[in-house]
Design a protein around this ligand. Sequence first.
Ligand code: PEP
Length: 251
Amino acid sequence: MRRKLVAGNWKMHGSLVTNKQLLDDVIKGLNGVRDGDFAVCVPYPYLSSVKNLLQNTNIALGAQNVSQYEKGAYTGEISASMLNDFECRYVIVGHSERRALFGETSHIVAEKYVTVQKAGLIPILCVGETLEQREAGVTERIIEEQLTAVIDSAGIESLCKAVIAYEPVWAIGTGRTAEPEQAQDVHMFIRSFISRQNSNTAKELIVLYGGSVKANNAAQLFAMPDIDGGLIGGASLIASDFVAICQAVGN
Ligand code: PEP
């Protein structure tokens, strides 16, 4: 049985003071909630303080990015082993903002994925199409290309130790959510694409949906058979919304 997961992506938001306020309320709200796994992916400078705040809670720590290199003269970069020092469990790789704004190709994303797994962490691999690509009818081809880059580098079975997040770019931060059936169609495509290469991996694979998930639409999305939870941006910054979304995986 696949366990459901809800991961917050704080992006470049927060401060020492507001992080504590947010997490105090999230920790309280999720105390004793056992249906599902929960995580927050926070900006690098807050890894240490958030790690301390999450001690003895049911919320795991994650990062939002990582260098594809293990160590060396890469000023400003952060390695997977450094993230390991802070007991990160998850690392987002290939978020569409990084692909679009920071020039991360599928090849670079695949290198990051490999580095994360090598360090014993779990990559949350983001895939998804832009609005133009959806309208051109190439959604599946784009996702296939994004997945294939990783499978070619790390092997199909590596996906058992990873999480995929399907995030249609047109739904991220726009308030425009994919309809549950529309998201389900792509999730089913992802699972069947993987299944053609390894059916056991496909069964175990956790595929999150991301893109304007809110407290009022999470339950319908998470009820879809191939949606195993969510990657949550904006709503993860509001404690009551994030808690409600996390609770929706148990419904
Ligand atoms: C995201 O950044 O991964 C995301 C899904 O953002 P939002 O929930 O704000 O659309």
